[in-house]
Write a protein that binds this ligand. Structure first.
Ligand SMILES: *[C@@H]1O[C@H](CO)[C@@H](O)[C@H](O)[C@H]1NC(C)=O
Ligand SMILES: *[C@@H]1O[C@H](CO)[C@@H](O)[C@H](O)[C@H]1NC(C)=O
Length: 396
């Protein structure tokens, strides 16, 4: 019984924790297709909903690090048009992107906030209802590369307004609106060295209903492109009047003119998938005949030929060459026989000579003779080892 009780404990705890799992009320947004949509995920908003924070609301707790995760409800990732970014767990997260006419409809995004200290989570659903709005169609679009900003720094509404104002004063045209914002990292940019003031850079795309001003057209003229390729500053009349807060790369301005495409043409019309009565399905005509002989020869006959050649070569080595080897073997054994015989007869001869010699024994085999004392000492190490006796003593 006790064991069963122990088994039950984690389950009950899980259920209790699950019951305490916090959710925030749904948030609804309805962005227009073709316009930028930014949703800030405020830390304070989620922080207050963490159970531990709620319980100790009288105490002042240190700010917990919070990270977010956003995904389509029941799916692992975000829709194609929506991106998520957060610089650090102590800064807000952002959902941002620019939906297209194809994304029109309702999309449920589930945002989960994690408290990195207590591992508590808070959920919130963000309901995007994307609408098609003719006001949001901006046929004249220009993209600027801002070098001294990170993407999170231009996403807050104030920063967007600042950029728009800078653009308005420079181009003397008041109807620019931001269409898209892309981090330079998403376009193959690199994370800068951790030096004060270095930023990743961000691409800001603005749109207008009125044609581009002369200044923008000049910025992208071939003359200026050439100067850029030589790494010189391009000559642009409005270059100096832009707000110094934003460092714009005037060599990287892209102008897109979509006024030629009417919105009706841009969006495909889906049929019902059923063919009209009289029409018949015509499969594509057969591909023209092709001779495969050369391919056949190459893929079948060539390897066969090579295999045959190898077989022949192997057969020759196995039978033809073997005889030759055999002959050579015979020859070497002959030589060995002759060699053996020579050694044998030489030994015989030496033995014979040794038995019948009457020459004096070589001096080296005789005992040593001392001239003064007449004493004979055997040179062979024996009774006393001369190496141990000093030389002068030995002479006396
Ligand atoms: C916005 O920028 C992203 C990233 O560069 C791109 O994938 C997307 O197609 C752009 N959307 C529009 C509407 O231009
Ligand atoms: C301009 O932007 C493109 C990517 O859009 C990048 O490959 C290129 O290096 C940039 N040019 C300059 C001069 O920064």
């Amino acid at each position: 019984m006790a064991a069963r009780g122990l088994l039950w404990t984690p389950f009950v705890t899980a259920v209790l924790l699950g019951g305490a799992l916090a959710t925030l009320p749904d948030r609804s947004v309805s962005p227009a297709a073709g316009a930028l949509c930014v949703q800030e995920l405020k830390r304070e908003h989620f922080q207050r909903a963490f159970p531990s924070v709620r319980k100790n609301s009288s105490e002042i707790l240190p700010e917990p690090p919070i990270t977010f995760r956003a995904q389509l409800l029941g799916l692992p990732d975000l829709p194609r048009w929506l991106r998520y970014t957060q610089r650090s767990p102590y800064q807000p997260g952002y959902l941002y992107g620019s939906p297209t006419a194809k994304d029109v409809g309702r999309q449920l995004i589930e945002v989960t906030a994690y408290n990195r200290h207590t591992y508590e989570t808070v959920r919130q659903r963000v309901i995007f209802t994307i609408v098609l709005s003719p006001d949001a169609q901006m046929p004249f679009q220009a993209e600027f590369f801002v070098r001294n900003r990170d993407v999170e720094e231009v996403l807050p509404p104030d920063a967007q307004k600042q950029f728009q104002q800078a653009l308005d004063t420079m181009l003397e045209q008041k109807d620019w609106s931001i269409v898209n914002i892309t981090s330079a990292l998403d376009r193959g940019g690199r994370v800068p060295l951790p030096i004060e003031g270095r930023k990743e850079g961000v691409y800001i795309k603005v749109g207008s209903r009125r044609p581009f001003s002369d200044c923008l057209v000049k910025a992208t003229s071939s003359d200026n492109q050439f100067r850029c390729s030589l790494e010189q500053q391009p000559v642009i009349p409005c270059y100096d009047s832009f707000s110094p807060q934003f460092q714009i790369d005037w060599c990287n301005v892209t102008l897109t003119d979509l006024s030629g495409l009417s919105t009706a043409e841009g969006t495909p019309v889906w049929g019902d998938g059923v063919l009209e009565d009289a029409s018949e399905y015509n499969p594509p005509t057969d591909s023209p005949g092709k001779a495969f002989l050369a391919d056949y020869l190459l893929t079948i006959l060539l390897p066969l030929l090579v295999a045959l050649l190898l077989c022949l070569l192997l057969a020759y080595v196995m039978y033809g060459r073997r005889e030759g080897l055999h002959k050579r073997d015979m020859k070497t054994s002959d030589i060995q026989m002759v060699h053996h015989n020579t050694i044998h007869s030489n030994t015989e001869e030496l033995r014979h000579m040794a038995s019948s010699r009457d020459v004096p024994r070589p001096l080296s085999t005789l005992p040593m003779f001392n001239v003064r004392t007449g004493e004979r000492v055997s040179p062979l190490p024996g009774r006393h080892d001369s190496a141990h006796v000093p030389l002068i003593l030995a002479q006396q």
